[in-house]
Ligand binder design. Sequence first.
Ligand code: PMP
Length: 367
Amino acid sequence: MRSGSAERGGYRDPVPAVPVRDDLRALEGYHSPQVEVRVRLNTNESPTAPPAAWRDALAAELSRVEWHRYPDRSATELRRSIADVHGVDPGQVFAANGSNEVLQTLLLTYAGPGRRVATFEPTYQLHGHIARLTGAAVVEGERHPDFTLDLTEVDRVLGEAAPSVTFLCSPNNPTGREEPRANVEAVLARAPGLVVVDEAYGQFASWSALELVDEDRPLVVTRTFSKTWSMAAARLGYLVGPSWLVAELDKVVLPYHLDAAKQIAGRLAVRYAGDMERRVRQIVDQRERISAGLAALDTEVFPSGANFVLFRPRHRRGREVWQGLLDRSILVRDCSGWPRLADCLRVTVGTPDENGEFLTAMQEILG
Ligand code: PMP
């Protein structure tokens, strides 16, 4: 019998007993390194917990769940609650385990072998990563050096590659840039297939592509409960799009993928939309404080419509500044080694105290 591992000095090294798919061999996983720190400003989460009333209501409803039964397969009430928030039909809503699973289901349905997916870099790495996992080819378009969309490049990429799926991300992660409505309309006019606007940070921005969603338009907008709703632990995301597209996704996604607890958590959350909007306003104020504070130091600050700010120290290496922050137990995202983002760091907006600590540390490091 073949063993899946080999003995070596007390260790059992994994031996690949079964080769993975050829197209996956060179692929690296998605990493978001974590370090134990006092001030954690690296993963764009909400700095504060959801309302205590939501937790109490959730606990009460959880005690009534029939755990021996499968949950509502089509998450009817959850979809209705989300649809009400956006004033759309429940049939235009598809929910999944985080917006990452929404993206995965979209790509399993509309990408796959022999198809192409377009991204405009730098952008959220998982768009390209998940597309590759489905076996699709990823065509990466470039942005202007200030990370705004280059419509000449959009024309070139969409014309040459004829992608089945074209991604935009507004506000874009990791740059923070909002995509103006005119750009989304320009991409929609040119794209031969589906256009996905990832709005994981949509509530922080000044407009939303949700207003463009229509039964006759191949456009979907993805959203998440992980950021503004303070529910990253719940793993819940969704999209709003044409009902004919949602019907296709329902065929592809695994049955009962949304567990009962998550369905309740999401359904109850929307009752606290007022709390969410207050949190968003506070985060936007704090974002402006961080941007102004960094601009007063020796850094290039990119305009942000999100809950984070991308910046580049002008006369110091990004990695050195990241280490200086870490030495003070403050963790930000080190993008300095990523393609097109030389020396850039990304800081998530934290609580007012955390942001103060961050700015003080930056003054010490750059001063
Ligand atoms: N899209 C973007 C642009 C993101 O930054 C993230 C989270 N980092 C996601 C989607 C995924 O969010 P979640 O799966 O938590 O909903």
